[in-house]
Design a protein around this ligand. Structure first.
Ligand code: FAD
Length: 416
């Protein structure tokens, strides 16, 4: 019987350990926190967006950090395979807007508990409160690991220590150091899917305001570098929400480039309308509220809290009566409604990122098996690898698929 050591009991580690145990290996799962899947417990705002209903091509497209590396893993274990497996383990699921898949119970804890029940059912051994410090390698072959308490010898080691974000969940980057110590390359680590700080002081006045169906563009060197449609929110420091998090990946890349100058973020509050259509819409409201002051005439068009900010950005006087507003002034308003400007200040720190971009170089791993090209018997899975995706269940699918593949190959070697 093979002995497989899994380092880290997050999404990837739980999947890898459970599959290896199911396939008949002796499995030791080592977790440094006092519970498994701490981060998994807070995913999807506590509901755990397990995967997405999209075709696999979309998964690759939604994985800007080395999506192609995952192709082979997804050919072996895609979203349908994941859901079939979870259903066989008695976890019911449901599909929501945008193809997002959640547990039917809306509880991330149910996913975590399911893994524990099935893993233990297959005879897996779990050690909590035990941190792995070092991977033992002799003559290019993995031999085991050294923890803060013991040394374990095994036939394969599956590294699943996660990234650097939300360190209170246990993801403190230990795996990067351990991999580096045995010769692996760690690419530049940076936050991805992270809120953005902006320079404008008025964002504070809008704190907590959510905008739906808007389009956010990233502009640098007078060119739109990327844009996203959907939902965003103002905070005391700037902006967050799904489209901001997704665009943060592009901003992170721009920051690495030289001479990019300042980065602007433009919100189109009415992306479904052309300039002419929006102008007609504003004119209709101006007829309805012609005897009111501007500040009291935009409530059908905008959320109340946004009105004074938009008027100021358009350079108009809030107390001006609508029937005295010139065409030119109206066009200034129309323009701002589709180009509400924010100036990028900085990213929030990596600790606040949903995922870490960068990690153990995927060039040093075989995509079909997740085995290291440098150390035989060493596998890496999940976020510790230089792989990162957008929101929508794509990161957990990446963790689950890489883990599934690694476990299969760790147990069966080249026979699978
Ligand atoms: C707030 C938030 C919400 C998210 N929501 C979603 C979502 O809904 N859908 C989605 O697809 N993705 C989501 N993500 C991303 C997703 O959680 C991660 O991509 C995923 O958890 C990565 O899994 P992992 O197993 O690689 O790492 P982790 O889940 O971080 O697990 C790593 C584990 O390794 C342990 N560990 C670390 N070092 C050691 C060591 N030295 N010894 C022993 N154990 C160690 C850690 O304690 C931890 O338990 C979210 C992330 C955050 C922060």
């Amino acid at each position: 019987m093979k002995h497989i050591i899994v380092v880290g009991a997050g999404a990837a580690g739980l999947m890898a350990a459970t599959i290896a145990a199911r396939e008949g290996a002796k499995v030791t799962l080592l977790e440094k926190m006092n519970m498994v899947g701490k981060k998994m417990g807070i995913t999807g705002k506590g509901r755990c967006n397990i995967t997405n209903d999209a075709p696999i091509a979309d998964f690759i497209a939604k994985t800007p950090g080395n999506g192609k590396f995952l192709m082979s893993a997804y050919q072996q274990f895609d979203n349908r395979d994941l859901l079939e497996l979870l259903h066989s383990w008695k976890l019911e699921t449901k599909v929501e807007r945008g193809g997002r898949v959640f547990p039917a119970s809306d509880s991330a804890l149910d996913v975590r508990n399911m893994f524990m029940r099935v893993f233990k059912g297959y005879g897996g051994i779990l050690h909590l409160n035990e941190a792995v410090k070092q991977i033992i390698v002799r003559d290019g072959i993995v031999k085991g690991v050294i923890t803060d308490q013991e040394t374990y010898y095994g036939d394969a080691v599956i590294l699943a220590t996660g990234g650097l974000s939300y360190p209170l969940t246990g993801s403190t980057g230990d795996g990067y150091k351990m991999a580096k110590d045995i010769g692996h390359t760690i690419t530049d680590l940076r936050p991805s899917l992270v809120p953005i700080e902006t320079k404008e002081p008025w964002v504070k006045d809008l704190m907590g305001l959510s905008l739906r169906n808007v389009e956010l563009s990233v502009v640098a060197k007078e060119k739109v570098q990327a844009k996203q449609f959907g939902e965003m929110m103002f905070t005391h420091f700037g902006i967050t929400g799904p489209i901001v998090l997704s665009l943060s990946h592009t901003v992170g890349k721009l920051l690495k480039k030289k001479n990019m100058g300042s980065i602007q973020l433009l919100i189109n509050l009415k992306p479904a309308l052309t300039v002419e259509q929006l102008d007609q819409r504003v004119q209709r409201d101006f007829i309805t509220y012609s005897k009111k002051q501007l500040v009291n005439g935009l409530k059908d068009l905008l959320p109340q809290r946004l009105i004074p900010v938009i008027i100021e950005l358009a350079g108009l006087a809030p107390d001006k009566f609508i029937n005295q507003i010139s065409r030119e002034e109206r066009m200034q308003l129309v323009y701002i409604l589709q180009h509400m400007p924010l100036t990028f200040k900085q990213m929030r720190p990596i600790a606040e990122a949903i995922v870490t971009a960068g990690g153990i170089s995927v060039k040093e791993f075989v995509p079909k098996t997740m085995e290291s090209k440098l150390v035989k018997g060493l596998y890496a899975t999940g976020e510790v690898l230089d792989v990162d995706a957008f929101t929508g269940g794509y990161n957990l699918q990446a963790a689950f698929a890489t883990a599934y593949v690694a476990a299969q190959h760790a147990v069966y070697g080249d026979k699978k």
